[in-house]
Design a protein. Sequence first.
Length: 499
Amino acid sequence: MEKVIVFDTTLRDGEQAPGAALTSEQKLEVAYQLQNLGVDIIEAGFPIASPDDFKAVSLVARDINTSIVCGLARCLKDDIEAAYNSLKKARRSRIHIFLATSKIHLQYKFKKVEDEILAIAKKGTHLARNYCDDIEFSPEDATRSNRDFLFRVIETAIKQGARTINIPDTVGYSYPQEIHSLITDIFNNVSNIQKAVISIHCHDDLGMATANSLSAVLAGARQVHCTVNGIGERAGNASLEEIAMALKTRKDVFGNLYTQIATKEISRASRLVSTSTGFVVPPNKAIVGDNAFRHESGIHQDAILKKRITYEIMNPQDIGIGRSELVLGKHSGRHALNKRLKDLGFKLDEKRINVIFKRFKELADKKKEIFDDDLIVLAEEEIREKKRIYELASVKVVTGTDIIPEATVKIKHKGLLRQAESRGDGPVDACYKAIDKITKIKAKLLNYKLEAITKGKDAQGLVRVEIRAKAKTTIGRGSSTDILEASVKAYLDALNQVR
Ligand code: KIV
Ligand code: ZN
């Protein structure tokens, strides 16, 4: 068996997706789940980019035990030193340096000639190697670079001590056969290539990121860059779940290649990344979309009942779907709750456990049975809810088929209890208008989505809203067994992120 190394860049390239900014705490939470997933390397950020990025990489480096933690740097002294400093506490660290090699970038971005770029690559790799044994080098825009020049740059980086050479399809321009021939050419033309692992980094601008990554693997690449849910710059990066499941499902094609991804953790990782970033996973997204294992047509349903493999190439349980177990009830104690949250992969301090326990008891009063998915939502809400500028105190709505709905909402704000009433086109609209009277923020509701977290009449509803206010788009979430309460909480959560 031969391993394909999984280099996850959800926290770096993924976070570069417009609107996906994560706090350091959220990044750490995602990093724990990436570790549970079994990713080999976590690229935690670009430390020179901002103090927040530096802090996030430092936190991940301090707390992650099994995965290698990596920081990105340009081939510049300050960048490399920032990466080194942010990674000081890591058990195992890697510095990932990059430098563009395509004519387009040389001419318009750097205004430099090839020999100058070669010298920067040499100096940068050499410097980085003085700080860290594990250096990865990326010739940015490799797929649009002149091949002979690319080979020279790679050879130089390896000579200076780079152990991994990553080939980025930076603008998602390539296609599978082309990637295959590029990787083959690198193997055939770079004299010292056996001293390094070849890696691939694909973007999805033409929808070929996963196909391109797999094509590189077939040509001999043994590391893949990817992100959970495929989030990333522009159209995103190759998605981790697609690559892991393709290698697992198509053993006939990939033979003895494997990743060490614990695929049963995929579903939870997908949810966590979606709730942390606010990026809703499209229902038709491969592997993790809501519809990925749903069968609508009668012919399909009939055949599935006879034999699943007629229309299902993967087992949803292998991805961790449908494993929500009945876990706790009204009489369960703090210890049982804490243990279950740990089993679900949450690392929470006592203060947070106490808040979640209180909410759990409130929920258990309303709902007989508490499932894993209920707990996950409670825990994720607590992790997410840091700045509660506006907090719901109570909501009352008078509504019916032949009256105009009227809402009374009470909100806690800066230690004061404030109240407003409003009518609206529907009960949710009435609540939101009442809230607008209190906050005086002119917010436009762009999106509203309600889903049930678990099954049954007493299921919790999870509401996601997207609003536009003060020239900023924010996403809020709220859950409750009462959908109006969930709707109000989601709206307040979105408003709390508007400054
Ligand atoms: O897309 C890209 O080229 C990158 C590099 C930093 C590897 O993200
Ligand atoms: Zn990228």
